[in-house]
Design a protein around this ligand. Structure first.
Ligand code: NAD
Length: 449
């Protein structure tokens, strides 16, 4: 559900009042529903001349998903695009992309509410000429800027192919689908690198995690409970983990999703071993979500050792130890997703301990990625911005209202489900080409780069 302000300004009286007073009017974001179409209207695929073959390949994939795909614009007054995909994968010079980029611009006034812009490009690689590197890198700033210009719940994101990954590889298509869908409602202005992978193209989109076993730490409430529910919805058997003091709500979450509960403090020295033992009965472990986290906010000048140490122990050191124990046990094909935070990217007053821990998560994810890849797995991080949970309800109301509205185009906080959808995507077999990355779920909040 949207927050009360968003609901008010989208209702009859609130809509009128907010217009008269010039107040921000955040849109009600469309979220995933199993029977709803992938996009809210037809999707236009545009490209520069050199990328036309790749654009055709993507259009073909979209047709297979029952999307109404067009390869040229539509001048009719009532057209409302559900999405526009800009393909610049083979562009060779900045001048060569202008026609396609301006064609995209020409459609934006006719983009439907909750519409999607997705830019598919290639990352600059070592050995590129300066011209080619500039052509490729330009799409990043472009995508972030389009995101900031859109309104009405629309978003712009990028699929950035790396290492020669094919445009119609299963991972590239899976990432495109995530960005086009309602599952990425609060992901905006993100450019996600996607490398080559052995992901299979035949995906059961309704239950992509069928047959998988997932472990979610800190899942008695908040974002963790939403992650557990979403992974179960997608077909996984879920082991929910939280401290004994949260045992009752943990059991309730486990019952609701037909999962299994494990009372465990993630800072215990043998937490990884305990998780391995508990998942043995479920058939092993395929997905590990490091979600448990705490805040102990204080200005550094007033920080007590216990406040610093507790945050580092729960948010960071526990993840390192558990990963080491799982890797030492040789777990194959493990998909790790760790909760970072935009505070760990931008820094935040009063959160030196928290920001150290979350920046540390981003650092260890990059270093863990090749280690798990050697065993067929991936390690990625998700960095939420302002998400409406009990954790953020403890923030004073004035700061909370400001935090929602520094989100430039979406103008609202996200919901736990938004973080959960990103994690479910990164945990899914189709995302195996995404490794060592940080995906922000922040509505392109001004906080961070
Ligand atoms: P929350 O406080 O609502 O839930 C955290 C859960 O972790 C609780 O159930 C708690 O009991 C559990 N936990 C704490 N210490 C634990 C331990 N030692 N062992 C096992 N479980 C433990 O928090 P939330 O808002 O749902 O946040 C979840 C994650 O998302 C955290 O890592 C947080 O840092 C991150 N995050 C949240 C936001 C936000 O806006 N809410 C933003 C960025 C990042």
């Amino acid at each position: 559900m949207a927050d009360n302000y968003t609901k008010f300004v989208n209702g009859g009286l609130g809509k009128k009042l907010s217009k008269q007073l010039g107040l921000p009017r955040p849109a009600i974001l469309r979220r995933y529903a199993p029977d709803a179409p992938l996009t809210v209207g037809p999707v236009l695929v545009v490209s520069d001349d050199a990328s036309a073959g790749d654009a055709d390949a993507l259009a073909k994939a979209l047709v297979a998903w029952d999307v109404d795909v067009r390869r040229s614009g539509d001048d009719s007054a009532d057209i409302r695009w559900g999405g526009v995909v800009l393909v610049g994968t083979a562009a060779e010079s900045p001048e060569a992309v202008s026609e396609a980029v301006l064609a995209l611009g020409g459609t934006l006034r006719k983009l439907a509410g909750n519409g999607r812009v997705v830019v598919v490009s290639r990352a600059p690689e070592a050995g590129d000429s300066p011209t080619l590197a500039a052509t490729r890198a330009g799409f990043e700033g472009f995508t972030r800027s389009v995101g900031k210009e859109l309104r009405g719940g629309a978003t712009a994101n990028g699929v950035q192919l790396t290492g020669g990954a094919a445009v119609d590889s299963a991972s590239a298509l899976g990432t495109l689908r995530f960005f086009l869908s309602a599952k990425s409602a609060y992901v905006d202005g993100q450019v996600l690198p996607v490398g080559p992978s052995d992901a299979q193209a035949d995906v059961d989109w309704a239950r992509p995690l069928a047959g998988k076993v997932a472990v979610v730490t800190g899942s008695a409430r908040g974002i963790g409970a939403a992650i557990a529910g979403t992974l179960a919805r997608d077909g996984a058997k879920v082991l929910v983990v939280d401290v004994p003091a949260a045992g009752e709500s943990l059991a309730a979450v486990a019952n609701k999703i037909k999962g299994t509960a494990l009372q465990l403090d993630v800072t215990a020295p043998d937490a990884g071993t305990k998780i391995l033992e508990a998942t043995k009965h479920l058939g092993g472990i395929d997905i590990l979500v490091h979600n448990a986290g705490i805040l102990r906010d204080k200005l550094l000048a007033n920080m007590k050792p216990a406040q610093w140490d507790a945050v580092i122990a729960v948010n960071l050191a526990s993840q390192l130890r558990i990963n080491e124990q799982l890797l030492a046990a040789g777990v194959e094909g493990l998909r790790i997703v760790s909760l970072a935070s935009t505070s760990g990217i931008a820094g935040n007053k009063g959160q030196t301990n928290y920001a150290y821990s979350k920046s540390g998560v981003i650092g260890h994810t990059a270093a863990t990625a090749p280690l798990v890849a050697a065993l067929g797995g991936t390690a990625n991080a998700v960095a939420p911005g302002f998400i409406e949970t009990e954790m953020t309800r403890s923030i004073p109301v004035g700061t909370r209202v400001v935090a929602r509205h520094v989100v430039p185009s979406l103008q609202q906080g996200g919901l736990p489900i938004d973080v959960a959808e990103a994690i479910a995507f990164l945990s899914s077999p189709v995302a195996s080409g995404v490794n060592g990355q940080v995906l922000r779920v922040c509505g392109q909040s001004m906080v961070g780069k």
